[in-house]
Ligand binder design. Sequence first.
Ligand code: AP5
Length: 215
Amino acid sequence: MDLILFGAPGAGKGTQGALLAEKLGIPRISTGDLLREAVRFGTPLGAKAKEFMDAGDLVPDDVILGLVDEVLGDGRTEKGFILDGFPRTLPQAEALDALMKKAGRKLDRVVVLDVPDEALVQRISGRRTCPECSAVYNIYSDPPIRAGICDKCGNALSERIDDNAETVRKRLQVYNAQTQPLIDYYRSHGAPMATVQGDLEVNEVHDAVVSAIES
Ligand code: AP5
């Protein structure tokens, strides 16, 4: 099962991707998580990516494509994958097409999580993440048991640097200008698409995503 989860910043790609990965037994590949890990460990890739991420801009395509090529070629994705946050530009979508063709694979579903902008801003302002294990919480909809502490590993939770109001506005603009047009790209290429209402409870969205994949 080869899937793409599509949606604006805060639409729930990470949340739904994690649930789906568990249900389907295939890995979620989040370019955002991979980049944050590279920044955290101070790798050359992280050093290249950090200023773009902090400003809410896209990291250059050549950097992202190198990263994705490595991950999709490392054997973990033989049974399938869930792409979260990739592709985000036309060159990225075209590069993915070429990779899939070369591997003799086809996308099984492109799932679009549709969430109104007001809900996105509220969700992002309430997001708290664990820098140690990448668990994601929300102080409004999914708080940890002990405020500010990760339920899974006990580390202190933090806010992402790019989750401030100004950078969120920029990320939404970038999404509308560069990433949303890919929905038409996939539609016009005959990819199997499904749009799911993403502003429901997490489990309701999950059920809708599963139905969309199984239909
Ligand atoms: P990335 O990490 O991919 O960020 P994003 O696309 O902006 O998406 P988010 O992680 O903000 O949101 P999400 O949709 O995963 O929502 P989540 O499930 O966390 O990318 C970050 C940066 O990296 C980019 O800006 C760019 O610089 C760079 N980058 C990454 N990929 C790139 C690429 N391919 N090319 C170039 N640059 C790239 O949910 C959000 C919050 O809402 C959480 O608190 C969650 O608990 C809560 N929530 C989730 N679902 C619900 C619900 N149903 N109801 C209520 N609350 C909910």
